[in-house]
Design a protein around this ligand. Sequence first.
Ligand SMILES: [Zn+2]
Length: 282
Amino acid sequence: MNDEAPAWTCPTCHRAVVSEYCPGCGERRLRPRDLTLRGLLAQMAQSITNLDARLLRTARSIVRHPGELTVRYLQGPRKPYIGPIAFFLLANVLFVAMEALTDSNVFATHLASHLRTQPWSGWIAPFVADRVAELHTTMEAFAPKFDKAVAEHAKSLVALMVLPFALVAALVYRGARRPFVAHVAYSLHFHAFMLLSLCVLLGVLAVDVWFGGAGLASRVFDNALALVHLVVCGLWLYLASGPVYGARGARRVVRALAMAFGAMLTFLGYRFVLLWITLYAT
Ligand SMILES: [Zn+2]
């Protein structure tokens, strides 16, 4: 290509260029076939397959080689993959779709549960009563509205867990001396994996309901899925800690357990924050 036309002027940033792509802005040299309809279609097909390939590669890496993506992100080869934030958002979109498809609310906590079975149940009743009075409504009328709103917030605000979990990682692996962004990338990858794992479990649930099962309404099934999810996520945290933080031996197990505990605390905190957001936005 370079032999045909040794130099060209980049039409975007106006610098003289000799390579196939402009080193300043990445613009590609215009070729005759770019100006044909065929060229347009080829370009579209290429960008779709390129995105497809990156998406598949990213998803495969996160499932089969926990931690590898984070390491790659930190070491430099980013082009073949989808970045941590974009991938997390895609996983979140998929999760919202799966929840809609299976009519489930994995992260939502109903008002009744907030008032009775959560660690804060003992002291939030006056706040809820105040809010109900402020809205000139009754508890009976407010509860279903709250439950509906909390379900919406729960699936769209998962990103709120990313930063607190990164702080937990920074604390647990402070000896590894990684830059803070490493913990954030690690947290984004973990949450993306967690959402994908939930998507698979929701798929199992859909199949169960399809074949006449009771789905999440069945207490045993609900608990079994929650346990599988916990074990899978714990295992991911353990496996990922090797490549990302160089963790080894008994300490690796202890720290992975600390991270799993941190994930549960983060989730509890998320539930608590959702309570206040929903209480004052409903
Ligand atoms: Zn340029």
